[in-house]
Design a protein around this ligand. Sequence first.
Ligand code: ARG
Ligand code: GLU
Length: 711
Amino acid sequence: MKFLQLALFILLTHTISFAEEGMLIPSVIQAFESDMKAKGMKLTAQDIYDVNNSSLKDAVLHFGGGCTAELVSDKGLLLTNHHCGYSQIQSHSSLEKDYLKNGFWAKNYSDELPNPGLFVARMVRIDDVTETVNFGVRDEMSNEEKVAKMKENMKVLIEDAEKGNGYKAEIKAFNYGNDFYIIVKEIFNDVRLVGTPPNSIGKFGGDTDNWVWPRHTGDFSVFRVYSGTDNKPADFSESNVPYAPIHFLPIAMTPRKIGDFTMVYGFPGTTEQHLVSSQIKYIMDKERPARIGMREKSLSVIDAGMRSSDQIRIQYSAKQARIANAYKKWIGQVGGLTELDAVRVKEEYEAKYNERAQKKPEWAVKYGSLVAEMKETMKKGQQYDFAYAMAVEYIFTGPEMLRLARSYSNIMDNYDKLVETSLLEEEIEKLDKGLDGFFKNYDVGVDRQIFELLTDEYLEQMNGIGLPNMLTTTSASALTKSIYNKSFLVDIEDAKNALKKVNKRAIKKWGRDPGIMLYRQLMQKFEEETIPGVREFQGRMDGILKVYVEGKQEMFPDAKHWADANGTMRITYGQLEGSAPNDGMEYTDHTTTAGILQKHATGNPDFDLLPDLIETYKKKDFGPYAQDGELWVCFTGSNHTTGGNSGSPVIDANGNLMGLNFDRSWESTMSDYMFDPNRCRNITVDIRYVLWVMDKYAGATHLVKEMKLVN
Ligand code: ARG
Ligand code: GLU
């Protein structure tokens, strides 16, 4: 009987998911309170978001503008993912102090490492200001007049919000301009590295496991927010003190089970749920495959280089991770969209939309031709969108020689102005300093190979359209020789020498450097053809989308509507659960340390472990962190997340921290376009594993003591 009950329970939880699609705006969470409570939540809407009293939102920070982090002690202790703190960890690492390989743990405040440029932001308030933004905007105005009026209104709102408080405010469009919210933030610039596990924990599984379940990655790192002695943000200073937060998250030490309520609170970057069917088709058939092809080439070179030398491994680790991450996600997305038959699903919805529009004459006028218009716009804009994507891959993600060329080219463009304003020297000094940082992580052999392979691939993809002279008149291999043998950009001495005496003549000479020449030719095409095309295409598309979304809300009032992610703070909720994404395939909801040793035994270098770690896992000294004698490493949940949600707290029914979100499963990455409650699972590293690593492996017990553990 017991077995039957269990079987039934598993069956039920696997087939009927309580997953909620959508990323909700915290300040309107009240509307979802009763549904969240029905799913097990014990908190009130005010516990989650409150402007006047401390609430969960005050513990959730935007980390470096791209990730999420959470405060976990009254002394500003901050947790985020290992991959979010990765470039900081790398910047403090060297062959002698290999923090990537061995980890790092500050023993006390004075050991904590400052990170120039890194900032975290607390959201002070998020308010709907749609009416004020649109105040005085009338139908009979031209588009320019409307925009000018709105800009004027926004300026007043922002000035008002920033007056006398040191806050930063911005206004963001939601639902493609149907709604506007003001976001007021408090920005902290002194954020120090407190600890990181070794790569063999924090990046365990590497690219093999990235975007994949089952997962065993301890993807966390530890920082601390510092403030002035008045507890207000301050630039880095020795005299700063640990920040005392308005709220910090207690740690959920309670045993977990399938069906537990989960909520993810963070800063999702981008979703595009409203794309028209033909655009989904283009993404699946053309854009993604082309970008995947470019990255495959870079990665083949970088991976081989990193395997061949420790120096290159350290130099390229952050770059490699960045390139590989999107590369693999895209492959998963195309697969997921294919599996969902996304183009057909979209087409069916579009047919329904058109049909509904015929129900009322005013709907027919306003909404009746939008789908066709989107398809038409798509057809015209595609070539620019594609050229843009390929430029991102080639000029901005490809050979780094081109990135350095950009710095010199900027000085060339602004030479007269810089001389006039006496800023030339300063600019040159800045570039000169930048060169040390650049070449610290540069290997000319690696870059040369990347250049040759990518140039070839770029030529093939662009198929003769929008190419600069240098690429149509020279072969990739000849160009490689000329640039990598002659350009001053690929050698630190030469690059520095070029800065010794910068005058009109020198600038002319720079202009004859083959690397700089190529960069400038590429940018000319980019700025004169691609960008204007993309702007026009995007502008038209956004204009249509605004009305299209309005139509969805008006004509389908009973459907669930939510605003696409746009880098602002959001909440999503669901439950702890596994999935059965494909026929004959079933994923359990959590993993344990046993799996780490199993994966290690395969011999794949992505599962390398430091020798002392193997011993530690084998000892099974899990202390208070165990559940039924095992230590959970990761678990999955049905929460709708995307890039930017990395590091987000996964919060339980009582407002305590269960773990850190860090990924999605391979089968769910298409949720950026189309969410499927039965497949889409976010991946979380269990906070009990995080604490165990600190306490039992790293001996950083003082950090665990700083937190508030709740049983
Ligand atoms: N896929 C996760 C994200 O999008 C984790 C990336 C870091 N891990 C890695 N192996 N590159 O950011
Ligand atoms: N790893 C992602 C990030 O950096 C989160 C995973 C996702 O895209 O869902 O934000």
